[in-house]
Ligand binder design. Sequence first.
Ligand SMILES: C[S@@+](CC[C@H](N)C(=O)[O-])C[C@H]1O[C@@H](n2cnc3c(N)ncnc32)[C@H](O)[C@@H]1O
Length: 265
Amino acid sequence: MSGFDAKWLRLREPVDGLARDVALVDAFSRYVADRAPPATVLDIGCGTGSTYRSLSQHLPAGTNWRLLDYDPSLLAAAEKQLGTDGIEFVRHDLNQPDGMPLDGVAIVTASAFFDLGSAAFCDRLLGVLAARRIGLYAALNYDGRVEWQRPHPLDQRVVADFNRHQLTDKGLGPALGPNATEHLRTKLDALSYDVSIAPSVWRIGRDEADLHIAFLRGLVDPVLEIGTLQPEEIGEWMAFRLAYVRGERGGCEVGHHDLLALPRD
Ligand SMILES: C[S@@+](CC[C@H](N)C(=O)[O-])C[C@H]1O[C@@H](n2cnc3c(N)ncnc32)[C@H](O)[C@@H]1O
């Protein structure tokens, strides 16, 4: 099991919240509100509960939530922060999609999750949802685009190597990484879902410098592992980037996409 750092999840949550596409959140909320009450929403790969914190305020009172993750420490942190009123916490490894607790579930949500999965994993999971005509809101999947306001000659190579690393196995088979949204769209369309997609771009400025620094530091090991850049080149690039994160034109954008898939019938 590869651990996801609660501190990293906390840093990204406000930027994720601002990035989410508002029209898709509205359509998601309407779909849940139109189900016979009380609807149940299952959030997979819930981490410390960021998706719940973002979306629950848009849903009718009485909506039930089931939060699922395989990491007991993240689940414990989510439970501590959210309490148990209207929320169940389930420990489950999604490598077994057939065992997902889907009873009564109207729609599955996930944030920053599907880009970790392989094509085979996603296809299996979508097949399980389609068999029960359950909807899917899959937000904040990384799309491979990182652009800094202040360019450096190595930016494109760093991002290209990072994107290659995003395709390696994160515990769910060789990951789709930046191809996740397009893969989900094609598969869900074939399974008779109406699919809507919209960009959900991280806009990182001076106020988000801590997230920016954590993001930059998180690039180093993956890029070193791919190995086309020398450690000194990465060191020089990193020093340049860190020097500007709190300065004028020191910001960056990181591309993501949100997807909402609702059963056609
Ligand atoms: C990038 S984090 C996103 C967490 C949360 N959705 C958020 O937006 O803050 C990915 C989450 O997926 C969970 N995860 C990864 N592989 C999993 C698996 N095989 N089964 C269940 N959860 C998994 C991790 O523990 C982590 O909480």
